[in-house]
Design a protein. Sequence first.
Length: 44
Amino acid sequence: MRRILLDTNILIWWLRDADEMGEKAKKLMSSRQNQLFVSAVSLW
């Protein structure tokens, strides 16, 4: 299990399913074994 902290840019790319994000990153973030964290500042 990995704990992954997403910055604002990656969060937006992931939500948009953007081409700029690599397949490895998408796979890591989609895995149910990993925990994703987002800073409250990203939402602000």
